[in-house]
Design a protein around this ligand. Structure first.
Ligand code: 2P0
Length: 320
């Protein structure tokens, strides 16, 4: 009746932005990501028929805001007739600041809930449940380079290269701590309904995915860098042109982009990507990671720098 699972956040290189079915939380576009190693979320789920309702603590503090989504996720895995759950979540990185904390949290809670409830679903089913809770969480079920493809009636998620097959590194430059102004679920719907660029964003995504997939298969860093930066800036252009505008960047975000352009001009194998928050993630060839870490740490407005390799998918750490 108790299980603990751990999962890592993932960083999308080809982004998910927009839903084709909000009720089933199906993405409008496929996406391609890398799962990190050093950042993680651990989720413990204990089912207890003696309790009246679910409870959630995040890093030791009661957390009411996230509880309905966690409860709905566990319902999805075990059915609504399940016993109430005590859920304890611990992350070693800032949550709700565009660092994909919902991806690692929902991937881990999906696996922990399934095992606590005596089930042992395979990765495809876990990814479907996690993705229904949070689209990006489907990708954190898997490690390394992960592609989420849209199918006629759902999603198909698979690892396209293992972490050790192309051991890139990621430097995360944190430019602001604290919650973001608007959550990505709401912001995606604003973009879908109001952005004049939304339809071309959707129309071009398969081409970007094919380019990125081929670049990963060929271990072609320059090609991956070009399509990932383009896809990221295109997504943010969709957001900026929404009404009201969705702007996650701050001035330090832009300074980090200048730092990356400087590193590139000096021949370092690095590229940037940004998600629904002001942090800048810099993907590096292994021999460029230290120069990137030092340059980002010295960039004005950067409050913290984290460094990570690529890691495995969600896994169980304890069951009782
Ligand atoms: C991604 N993001 O592909 C994109 C890029 C943010 C920008 O997936 O509504 O928390 O829970 O399905 O997965 C963040 O959105 O959204 C996200 P929901 P999610 O990583």
């Amino acid at each position: 009746m108790r299980a603990t699972a751990i999962a890592q956040p993932n960083i999308a290189l080809i982004k998910y932005w927009g839903k084709r079915d909000a009720k089933r939380n199906l993405p409008a576009v496929g996406s391609l990501s890398i799962t990190l190693r050093e950042l993680h979320t651990e989720m413990r789920v204990q089912l207890d028929p003696a309790l009246a309702a679910d409870t959630l603590t995040v890093n030791g503090e009661a957390e009411a805001g996230m509880l309905p989504r966690i409860s709905a996720c566990i319902d999805g895995v075990l059915g609504a007739e399940r016993p109430p759950a005590v859920v304890d979540s611990r992350s070693n990185f800032p949550i709700a600041a565009g660092l994909a904390s919902s991806a690692s949290a929902f991937a881990a809670v999906t696996l922990a809930a399934a095992v606590a409830g005596g089930r042992s679903p395979g990765p495809d089913e876990l990814a479907r449940h996690a993705g229904r809770a949070s689209g990006s969480a489907a990708r954190s079920i898997f490690g390394g380079f992960v592609e989420l493809a849209n199918t006629a009636d759902g999603i198909d998620v698979r690892m396209i290269a293992a972490p050790d097959e192309w051991p890139l590194r990621v430097i995360v430059a944190v430019t602001a701590l604290g919650a973001k102004p608007v959550g990505s679920t709401e912001a995606m719907e604003i973009s879908r309904k109001t952005s004049p660029f939304y339809s071309s964003w959707i129309a071009q995504q398969d081409q970007d995915l094919a380019t990125a997939r081929a670049a990963v298969e060929a271990r072609d860093f320059e090609r991956l860098a070009a399509v990932a930066e383009h896809n990221c800036l295109k997504m943010h252009s969709v957001m900026w042109a929404s009404r009201p505008p969705v702007v996650y960047w701050n001035s330090a975000t832009l300074r980090c982009l200048e730092t990356v352009r400087g590193l590139q001009a000096r021949g370092h194998g690095v590229f940037f990507t940004m998600d629904a928050g002001p942090q800048v993630k810099v993907v590096c060839l292994p021999d460029a990671a230290e120069a990137a870490r030092a340059a980002l740490a010295a960039t004005g407005g950067v409050v913290e720098v984290m460094s990570s390799g690529l890691g495995p998918g969600a896994r169980l750490v304890e069951a009782a």
